[in-house]
Design a protein around this ligand. Sequence first.
Ligand code: PLP
Length: 396
Amino acid sequence: MLKPNIRYKELKDSYLFNTIYRKTDEYLAEHPDQKVLRMGVGDVSLPLCDAVIKALHRAVDDQAQASTFHGYMPEVGDASLRKAIAAHYRKAGTPVAEDEIFISSGACDDLGDILELFDQDNTVMVIEPAYPEYVDTNILAGRRIIHLRSGEDNGFLPEPCEEATADILYLCSPNNPTGAAFSRNQLQAWVDFANEIGAVILFDAAYEIFIEDDNIPHSIYELDGADRCAIEICSLSKTAGFTGTRLGYTIVPKKLVRGGMNLNAMWSRNRETRTNGVSYILQKGALAVFSSEGQRQIRENLRVYKENAASFMTALDAAGIWYTGGRNSPYIWMKCPNGMSGWEFFDYLLQEIQVVGIPGEGFGECGKGYFRFSTFGKLEETREAANRLCRLLTKE
Ligand code: PLP
């Protein structure tokens, strides 16, 4: 008799977003003339840049001619794209070999698939609050999960400690949802810790492009010894607006060996089995991101999101509210005023200024009393939302 994976019963349902949508719709049904500004969702609002669009069109045309047509692509990714990404890392001063780079359909896919490198018996450490996929994928695999709490006392950037001892360590910097980013010294401490205990770090770098401060590493391989303990998972989703286009890449260093097995070789083998490669067209689009024109154009879009972040930060600074993120991250994680819970603050903002964000409770226990704003919205709307927020929080 077939046995389904009963661990699905342990997953939390989609209560968070469903409740946000329901409450917003109910408010709008009662107040049809009001304009609600949605500042919660972590999806980009700006289109793909011109260099990418042109490359995509050209790639579509390639597929129309026998002489330029491409069928299956290499499972590990197209050589020219791997080369361009390696050059991008080299330019930043962090050498990564082409055969350490694996093209994916996005970070979400690889965050799940990469777990196939590890036995079920391994323990996993997740810093709370966290991007939900880390916990969900390991629940489904039946692994024991250690939840390491973070909070205002450590700026939501906990140090390695006895309690964090596990086989697989998830680190996300800049973090979703807190926007907090590890400094060089802080991240080095985690790399040293992982090497000491023989753990593997799964480093989620989905938001690296938002880093502005020099002492915050863009890649974990900027740290000594990281090539012996870390896998880096990257995405063009927020970097280049690929949320709906889908492309990412994962770096598995050749020096990463556990139990006498080389994880780079294992991941190559995994790709051969688990994928038939990423679409030729999308890889051509991604290649354009790494051209000099593409890099210039994606940074123009980033400037808009940075301006959005500045609007929120100005509002919160004026109100004297504690927050993380914004400067090195597209998320702002603020402390709710007057001891309100995230949900109380959600209702308050909806009723008073018609601005929607995400209650911190949605990201686990440690998020209680905090609230997340995304800076991926439209410029004018975000400016208006931040102005409304400022007026509300600074009023007598
Ligand atoms: N990692 C983090 C921390 C994210 O916030 C997201 C998406 O929001 C992802 C990974 C998934 O990115 P992708 O769109 O490349 O699947």
